[in-house]
Design a protein around this ligand. Structure first.
Ligand SMILES: [Mg+2]
Ligand SMILES: [Zn+2]
Length: 177
């Protein structure tokens, strides 16, 4: 069983410094939904792990987050794709929860849910904390240059061995080649 773990904002959809806080603001990065559909076709389990501190900060509620995810799921279905699960951390940035990346709690939960060990599992993100969470539990870090990726690319703390790709579509093209 192959498992891949994706960040949401800046990987699947365009990111915003003002947070994605309505379904209208959720807009897919070209090629990302089709890339997820290809993963599905090639037998990959595709799971999202996303920090959503806007909930904890009171910028939007769970009903809105659910509506955003409904739009993502429907948009994916239109190109024949699906997610096996969406995990998110709703806690504020100053929270001491163990699920907010760079802490690896969500990844551990995913591993337990699907009964798949995390060693070597691709983790795709545009922020340092996505990659740090992955590396902490033995996942393979993939940086995409969409979203905050260009800035992350220049960060001296970028984990050694991080693989760098223009976007999710090129990551997937490589994984299924
Ligand atoms: Mg991101
Ligand atoms: Zn959390």
């Amino acid at each position: 069983m192959k498992l891949i773990i994706l960040d949401r904002d800046g990987v699947i959809n365009y990111d915003s410094d003002q947070f994605i806080k309505s379904p209208e603001e959720w807009k897919p990065i070209p090629g990302s939904l089709e890339a997820i559909a290809r993963l599905n076709q090639w037998g990959w389990r595709v799971v999202v792990a996303s920090n959503q501190s806007g909930v904890g900060r009171g910028l939007f509620g769970m009903d809105t987050l659910n509506a955003i995810h409904e739009k993502m799921v429907k948009s994916l279905a239109q190109v024949g794709g699906r997610l096996d699960a969406i995990f998110f951390c709703p806690h504020a940035a100053d929270s001491t929860c163990d699920c907010r990346k760079p802490r690896p709690g969500m990844l551990v939960q995913i591993s337990e849910r699907f009964n798949i060990p995390l060693a070597g599992v691709p983790v795709v993100g545009d922020s340092l904390r996505d990659l740090q969470a992955g590396v902490a539990v033995g996942c393979k870090p993939y940086l995409v240059l969409t979203g905050k990726g260009q800035k992350t690319h220049e960060d001296p703390e970028l984990p050694a061995g991080t693989l760098i790709y223009p976007d999710l579509a090129t990551v997937v093209a490589d994984l299924i080649a």
